[in-house]
Every structure is written in structure tokens, then in C-alpha cells.
Design a protein around this ligand. Sequence first.
Ligand code: SAM
Length: 409
Amino acid sequence: MGEMQGTRLEVDVTNIAHGGISVARHDGRVIFVSDAIPGERVLVEITEDRKKSFWRAETVEVIEASPHRQPHVWAEASVDRAPEDRAGGAEFGHIEIGHQRELKRRVLVDSIKRMAALDTDVEVQPIAGPADGTGWRTRLRLHVAEDGTLGPYSSRSHRVIPVTSVPLAAPEVARITPLTERFTGSTHVDVVAPSGSNSFVIAGDANAKGRPKAQTIVEVVGEREFRLDVRGFWQVHQAAAQTLTTAVQDAIDETRFDPRAANQDLYGGVGLLAAAVGDRFGPTTRITTVESDSLATDHAAENLQEWLGAQAITARVDRYLQQLKRTGVSLDGSTVVLDPPRAGAGREVIDSLADLGASQLVYVACDPVALARDLGFLSAHGYRLERLKAFDLFPNTHHVEAVATLVRD
Ligand SMILES: C[S@@+](CC[C@H](N)C(=O)[O-])C[C@H]1O[C@@H](n2cnc3c(N)ncnc32)[C@H](O)[C@@H]1O
């Protein structure tokens, strides 16, 4: 192994894989190819050949283009550039937006089939914003190069790529992003444009010890205000919080919802989805939001104070559920909303939810493979996938958000 690195080959691209990578074959071996589209014939350069079962490669020339290929929405990420000079973070920007959604649909449906043995289909729905999928990021992190210049990492490494534009950024973020300034003593710069308070440009140092000083900002969703720390988690697309609020409200099967049961909002952040549940079923609805970041939980308590039945707890979800089991609490009759980070909830959390007897789960997922794995665990516990929706919360990237309802009779 190792002798193929740098070799150029012409290959036919046949499929799409998780992570925004296309699949080609050469002499029976799978090659994962970046910046291609299924149906294309491309010239690739092998970048990794250590594994026996697959290689990785970069597209260096498109020989027969897909009808879905478009000029990249970010010229600085285009296949016209040398692979190492392509800006990262917009790996689907060369694909026409409707076809991006079709590829995301395929990855989601195929993952669920393969990992959970479930046949399902779903439409990846566009959400509010420019039709070409630009102008949506209300949060942007750029990195500082050794010479102090600012830019995204390259799509394949941690090399900083100087850029003159950030087309996925919301207009306010793009306006204040200091692309021409030089930074010393910082490793990265965050740009945040909240919907309900001033925008920030914050230089940070990943090697600094301790937590940076807290700074509260406000996000507005419909008529509601949410307070949170400027560095805390918030949905990135400017229409995402409203989209997920409505999606979670719609996903709950009313006939199975008991406002007096021990309802849960797990991985709750500052309480966005607990508020969605409270807004649908009324202020006396019992719901506990659980989050590991204590600053976020403090904000959640404040954001949910008008809901009499709401409480916010700082805990890791796995430990919190173990504690419920130890103390004999039952989730029988309860609805559990869970919105874990990319790694998903995992077997231990799913086993605990099943043991505790949760009746209805609304699983909000930002990673199709983690969702599919967890759906497999849930099926084994007798949960049935009742409803699946998907939303294009991250246009021009490979990411997709799904909202699944699971019930157990
Ligand atoms: C995808 S975010 C969802 C937040 C919230 N539902 C929202 O939409 O704003 C996931 C949240 O889970 C938290 N988190 C990550 N791992 C956790 C764990 N093991 N236990 C509890 N919370 C966790 C993160 O801090 C983050 O706030």
C-alpha cells in the first residue's frame, strides 16, 4: 500500500455516500471521490490508498459532467482550483440545489434501510431563504493562519484558505466578517449575528485555559425570545429554529400525548424544543429539559419560566436516565423529544429510554447514519417509525436534518 498515492485515473461515479462523498469503482475496489456527482466520468487523483477495501481520491477534472453540475456557489471552493486550495464547508455547492436534496434523501433512506432494515421514503424539504441555498449562516467560524490572515480550512486539511467572500453567510454575517484583517494571538474568529441583539466578531484562542467570559444574546422565534450565551449552541440557519419548532409540534401524535406525564426534552440547549411543546399543549404541560452545559441550562430555566410545568436540569443525558431508573421513575405515557449532537443518542441512551417505558419519541437528528443506527436499536425495543420528515437546514453542504416520530404500543 502507498504506491498509488498521486496516481491519476478516469472513473465512473456511480453513487453517493455519507459525508458528501461520491462512490466510484476501479478494478472492483471502491474509491470515495470528492467534488464529483453520481453519473459523472471524472479524472481523479488518489490521495489515500492504505486501506485494503477502499481508496480516497480528489476530482481533478470533470470529463463527462452531470446535468446537475453548476458553477460552484463559492468560486474559492471550485473544482477548477487545485484540490488543496479549495475552501471547505460547501461540499455540495457544485450541485444544482434540487439535486442536492435528492442526494440527501438517498443517503437518509439508504442508511435507514441498511442499518435499521426499514423501508421508508422522505422528501428533503427546502426551508425559507434564497433559492440557491446561500445567505443562511448566522454563525461562522474562520481560522487564523500563521501570517495572521483569516479564512476557512481547506476542504481536506487544517490549512487556512484565504477567501474574498463567504456566500453561505447571512448578509449581516458577510457584512461584518473581517476577511482583510490580520489577527495575532488568536486561533479562530467567530462571527455571530443573532436575530434579537447586536452582532459580534469574537477572536478566540483554542489553546487558552478556562471558559471565556459569558455574554448573553437574544434569538427571536416567532413571538418568543430566547436568551443564550454568544458561544452557546443555537441552530445555524436563520430559519432553522422556526422550522424545527413547527416540525416538532407537528411530529407529536396528539392522541398519545399526556400533558401530565414526565415529558422530556433531552439535549435541550436553551429550551427551544421544550418551548415548542409548551406552546402546542399549554403552559401547564410537564416537561423537563436536560442539557450538559450549565450555562445553557441557566438560560433554559429563564427562557421557560412562563411554562409552569417546565424545569431545566444540567446533566449528561445518559447519567440522567440512569438516575431515573435508580429512583424508580417511569416514563410510561410520556413523550420524549431528543435532539442529540452529531454522534446521535447511542445504544445506552436508547436502552434506557426503552427500559423507562417512554411511549412516544420525537428524534431530531443532524446525522442520517447516527439516526439510522439508533432507529435500529429502537426497532429492537419494539418502537415503530410512525413519521419521518427531513429539512434542508444546511444547503450547499451534505448535511441534512431529520425529525422522526417513534411510538410503542
Ligand atoms: C443539537 S444541539 C440541540 C439543542 C436544542 N435542542 C436546540 O435545538 O437548540 C445538542 C445539545 O446537546 C448538548 N449535549 C451534548 N452532549 C450531551 C449529553 N451527553 N448530555 C446532555 N446534553 C448534551 C449540547 O451542549 C447541545 O446543546
